[in-house]
Ligand binder design. Structure first.
Ligand SMILES: [Zn+2]
Length: 99
């Protein structure tokens, strides 16, 4: 990924944070993302150091605006809890089945 200069990066981060969501994310697409998880900022990210993790270049490449990203982040937190709960209950069933 080609890194923008810092000024342009900050300008785009600002636009990203204030843009309104057009709702282009379908709810199913968003649900899939939340369940699978999304890795942004792998390794060193100069953009993240400058403008922050929630609006760095990698996040901006995946999301239309900060609102969409925050929507994803909240959904992801809930999905993680849900997945963990399911995993635990499956473990519980295995345990009960064993003799
Ligand atoms: Zn990044």
């Amino acid at each position: 990924m080609i890194y923008l200069d810092g000024f342009e990066d900050q300008r785009q981060a600002e636009l990203f944070a204030h843009r309104e969501s057009s709702g282009s994310f379908g709810i199913e697409e968003m649900a899939d993302l939340c369940i699978e998880g999304l890795s942004v900022c792998e390794g060193h990210c100069p953009s993240r150091s400058l403008v922050g993790q929630d609006r760095c270049q990698c996040v901006r490449a995946r999301f239309e605006c900060l609102e969409d990203y925050q929507f994803y982040e909240n959904g992801r937190k809930q999905a993680v809890v849900m997945i963990a709960t399911n995993a635990l209950s499956m473990f519980g069933e295995d345990y009960e089945d064993g003799d």
